[in-house]
Ligand binder design. Structure first.
Ligand code: PEP
Ligand code: MG
Length: 324
């Protein structure tokens, strides 16, 4: 099976009735890059910049970061690489930057940390933009945005870094700036965020955890963690509708995009990009190439009427079995 899935690397991801779906990858390590290219990834929907930070004993300098980011951008050029600014806090702790809190997932995390430390944010986006010189395939993504003020504050810093670099003589285009939708408040502000941002990307891992109040890493409550919960699906539908009402691209970069049943529903909802671990990419491509969009629309319409996450999950599994 693995061999036949790998044969799909050069084939487009297109449903039986002709809908083209963009399948991108999530990366962090250089090893992910090699696997992604082998499997025919068409872009990077989420490069987790905290990964190189987690592997060091101190903050990498701007120049060290530039070299790391350059490798990613070069490997995928001319395809886009979406680099997320540092998302530490929660369960991702840097040994050299300890954060001690009672509720880390509700505390100092993601954009909250870097807006309080603009020097970290500026150094990072400067390094990203310098790395994109001559390639112009960089997109910047902001984690844990809960409202428009955080977006505006981060955008100001990105513009400032870009102005500085132009003054220093770098001829670099301003990269598209996107927002992660992973905090419930951002679901209700999706339209206001879509109006301001160049693209949205939904983090279903955190969004599921926060909507259901279920720690994504706690095995005791793992049975309650279900991205097929009707509340999660209703949120996902509301986000794609809000983004498209503003004509803004919207993708998914949480694990649900790499789940075959999840991918069927997300394509039916109209998501523009599905970004996943390279491991899952061949299977998702094979599933979508066997699917028919109008049948998926019927499936989605039915599912959105249902009131129980477990039943929804089982219904989608049945459809997957029929696809083979
Ligand atoms: C998510 O929350 O779905 C996401 C993609 O980000 P991370 O898993 O890095 O928190
Ligand atoms: Mg997240």
């Amino acid at each position: 099976l693995a061999a036949s899935l790998d044969l799909l690397a050069d084939q487009p991801c297109i449903t039986t009735d002709g809908k083209r779906v963009r399948l991108w990858v999530n990366t962090g390590l250089m090893a992910d890059v090699v696997r992604s290219l082998e499997r025919g990834a068409e872009g990077v929907g989420l490069y987790r910049t905290e990964v190189p930070f987690l592997m060091r004993e101190r903050f990498p300098s701007e120049e060290e970061q530039r070299a790391i980011y350059r490798e990613q951008l070069e490997a995928f050029s001319p395809n886009p690489v979406t680099m997320r600014t540092l998302d530490i806090g929660g369960d991702k702790a840097l040994s050299y930057f300890p954060i001690e809190e009672e509720n880390p997932f509700l505390g100092w995390r993601g954009i909250r940390v870097t807006l309080d430390h603009p020097e970290i944010f500026l150094g990072q986006v400067r390094a990203m933009m310098k790395a994109s010189l001559g390639l112009n395939n960089l997109r910047i993504l902001l984690p844990m945005i809960s409202g428009i003020n955080e977006f505006e504050a981060a955008r100001k810093l990105v513009l400032r870094a870009h102005d500085e670099l132009r003054e220093e003589g770098y001829d670099i285009a301003l990269p598209p700036l996107g927002v992660m939708i992973e905090v419930p408040s951002a679901v209700y502000q999706a339209r206001a965020l879509a109006l301001r941002a160049d693209f949205l990307s939904v983090g279903t891992n955190d969004l599921t955890q926060y909507l259901l109040a279920v720690d994504r890493n706690n095995s005791r409550v793992a049975g309650l963690y279900n991205a097929f919960h009707p509340a999660v699906l209703a949120a996902l539908k509301a986000i794609v509708d809000a983004a498209h009402a503003e004509g803004t691209e919207v993708g998914i970069c949480g694990e649900l995009a790499g789940d075959p049943g999840g991918a069927l529903l997300l394509v039916a909802m109209g998501y523009d990009v599905l970004s996943m671990n390279a491991t899952n990419l061949p299977r998702i491509k094979a599933t979508l190439r066997a699917a028919n969009c109008s049948e998926l629309t019927d499936l989605l319409d039915g599912v959105l009427q249902m009131e129980c996450g477990e039943s929804i999950y089982h219904k989608v599994q049945l459809v997957l079995q029929q696809l083979g």
